[in-house]
Design a protein around this ligand. Structure first.
Ligand code: GRF
Length: 232
């Protein structure tokens, strides 16, 4: 990620809509949210490809049913050679003329080589308010810590896991009787809202990076506030 860039981030190509690939490993509910959002005529990106590293990922069938091209680039045969797997993946993305990559439950650690190929053009969604709770089991850890506000983050991908400039976050109140499952459900609803919105911003060149921080042309109100627990 370049430390500083100016409006707009250049993506290359002059097509009206950015060509987006979504990378998944599982059920693909965020993928579905992105596909549905991209149906809007004014959405600045089209989902042209869904790639999975797992051949029977449930999301692949959902993507195919939605009329999106799918591909499997199995990671297993490459064993520990992560870069060899990623070269194949990268080739697939290039073949499809991809401008932007959205990671959506893609359960692979990416090498600096792959990340550098998509610098400033690869987004990820993480089920926590970064930089808190990087990694797995975010809801369990948030509950164990007793935080009162939890949420989800869309960020640009950098070589360090779950780091990189934050594009958008959404929050929910944590309730005393929440379980990891009930909390995960509410956070997932937030994910399904913020991922399409964050992609809209990036694909319409409404984001820029200043000293590693993402700023955007989105509307924010200084009065926006979430207090939890609310005292009635
Ligand atoms: C989501 O919680 C996302 O934040 C995380 O992996 C999960 C994927 O869920 N990175 P889905 O496959 O999009 O339903």
């Amino acid at each position: 990620m370049t430390a500083t860039s100016i409006w707009p981030i250049e993506m290359g190509g002059d097509q009206a809509k950015r060509r987006v690939a979504i990378l998944i490993s599982g059920r693909g509910s965020n993928m579905t949210a992105l596909i549905e959002a991209a149906h809007a005529a004014d959405f600045p990106a089209e989902i042209v490809l869904v790639v999975s590293n797992i051949a029977d990922a449930a999301g692949l069938a959902k993507a195919a049913a939605a009329g999106i091209a799918t591909a499997t680039v199995a990671s297993k045969p490459f064993g520990r050679d992560r870069e060899a797997f990623e070269r194949k993946l990268h080739e697939t993305l290039v073949e499809h003329g991809i401008d932007l990559v959205c990671l959506a439950g893609f359960m692979r650690l990416l090498t600096p080589w792959f990340v550098s190929q998509w610098d400033g053009r690869m987004l990820n969604i993480h089920p926590a308010l970064l930089p808190s709770y990087k990694g797995l089991h975010t809801h369990e850890r948030a509950l164990a810590d007793g935080v009162k506000i939890h949420g989800a983050t869309v960020h640009f991908v950098v070589p360090e896991m779950d780091s990189g400039p934050i594009i958008m976050q959404g929050a929910v109140a944590v309730l005393d009787d929440d379980t990891p499952d009930t909390l995960a459900r509410r956070v997932l609803s937030v994910e399904h809202r913020i991922y399409p919105d964050a992609l809209r911003l990036v694909a319409s060149n409404a984001t820029r990076i200043e000293s590693g921080v993402c700023k955007s042309k989105a509307n924010g109100s200084p009065d926006d506030m979430l207090i939890a627990p609310a005292v009635i």
